[in-house]
Ligand binder design. Structure first.
Ligand code: XIL
Length: 373
């Protein structure tokens, strides 16, 4: 039996869609108008998700906003966006004495004019670090640099960004059995680090505290890949999250990236995702699917159908977990996907193709979001 959170239904949801929703989730309504009423309009992804107060977003880059197809799909199908690149350290602080928020600001203003929420990505990462930062050699310098960076950027976007990926990809892909993964050696941790080398997750805690000091209302996230299922890497993140929540460190949720391929569509993998989500939810943390794409090795009808099935299953997994509050894809059109550049021979990873046609994945997402919590 589904329960509905009527009070959370967004004003953007049309009456027609609302009635369709009641019907789809087991409610009933009478149109009172016989059979001559026009069918309800096909809802967008965001309209489907609004009934759960679920944010449906995509990563975007501001130069593409000039592409009218891109802007019109982004602004109508999604109620949230994140910066694919333009909030990273190298983008916002190209030199030691200059900041450049122009790209990120353009994304925020697009979002605001389309009633979309904005997710911040990312403050502390070992990649896309500006050269002047990499050249800084002392821990004391780096500590000051990182504190200033977090403070400047979070303050710049205060009240405009509802959630931040404060730290990204801080764990290694190691560990085995019941031995959790280790903290990755990075410029921020121990090479040379900001002053917490050898102290595990203490530097992550410091970054969260700095972000919280700059904007106490933004939700703060740890974000990583290969933590979707229960495995030694997600175990390490879980132990950190448990420790932080126990001690009141400002951590509101975990971002699960979900850069996956078709091997992910496996019953034991999907059930592991559900139980993994549940253990983080039990800590009181929010779950965000942050960078979903499903890469293929070809665009055959069979591959697109298999991809669609998996997109739908992941949408349903999120809908069925009440603490899953944001569902983002990493881009939305194959035209600009990062996948072909990073995974040799792979591509076709997103719900719209390179000519902005909806792929089977799109309808499958709609169906997935039509499930009941
Ligand atoms: C990627 C972008 O998509 C690319 O355009 C860029 O060249 C490199 O970074 N995990 C993350 C994202 O957290 O920031 C990465 O984004 C993809 C992997």
């Amino acid at each position: 039996m589904c329960t509905h959170r009527y009070s959370e239904i967004s004003l953007r949801v049309s009456l027609a869609f609302f009635l369709a929703f009641l019907s789809a989730c087991g409610g009933s309504y009478s149109s009172g108008g016989g059979n001559n009423n026009p069918p309800p309009p096909i809802p967008t992804l965001a309209q489907n998700a609004a009934k759960y107060n679920l944010k449906i977003g995509a990563a975007a880059d501001s130069p593409y906003l000039g592409d009218s197809n891109y802007a019109s799909i982004l602004g109508s199908e999604f109620n949230e966006l994140t910066a694919e690149n333009e909030m990273k350290f190298a983008s916002v602080a190209p030199t030691a004495t200059t900041t450049d928020y122009s790209g990120a600001d353009a994304l925020v203003s697009f979002a605001q004019s389309h009633q979309m929420a904005v997710r911040g990505h990312t403050l502390v990462w070992h990649q896309q670090v500006p050269g002047w930062v990499s050249a800084a050699s002392s821990t004391a310098q780096l500590n000051t640099i990182l504190q200033n960076h977090i403070n400047d950027e979070v303050t710049h976007f205060a009240s405009k960004i509802y959630a931040w990926d404060v730290v990204n990809e801080a764990f290694n892909d190691d560990g085995s059995g019941s031995t959790p993964a280790t903290v990755r050696s990075t410029i921020w941790y121990d090479s040379p680090g900001i002053g917490f080398a050898g102290q595990g997750t203490a530097y992550i805690e410091q970054a969260l505290n700095w972000a919280h000091a700059a904007d106490s209302t933004a939700k703060l996230f740890y974000n990583d890949y290969n933590i979707e299922t229960q495995n030694p890497k997600s175990d390490a993140v879980y132990l950190m999250a448990q420790d932080f929540t126990n001690r009141g460190v400002p951590l509101d949720g975990i971002g699960f990236q979900f850069h996956v391929d078709l091997s992910f569509d496996n019953a034991s993998v999907l059930s592991s995702v559900a139980s993994n989500f549940q253990r983080f939810a039990a800590l009181g943390l929010e779950i965000h699917i942050t960078e979903l794409d499903i890469r293929l090795s070809d665009s055959s009808a069979a591959s697109l159908a298999a991809q669609a099935k998996l997109y739908g299953e992941l949408a349903a997994l999120c809908v069925q977990q009440p603490k899953c509050t944001t569902f983002q894809t990493w881009g939305f059109t194959d035209k600009y996907s990062w996948v072909p550049g990073f995974f040799t021979g792979m591509g076709w990873a997103l719900p719209w193709d390179a000519t902005y046609q909806k792929k089977p994945a799109y309808n499958s997402l709609l169906t997935g979001f039509q499930r009941c919590r």
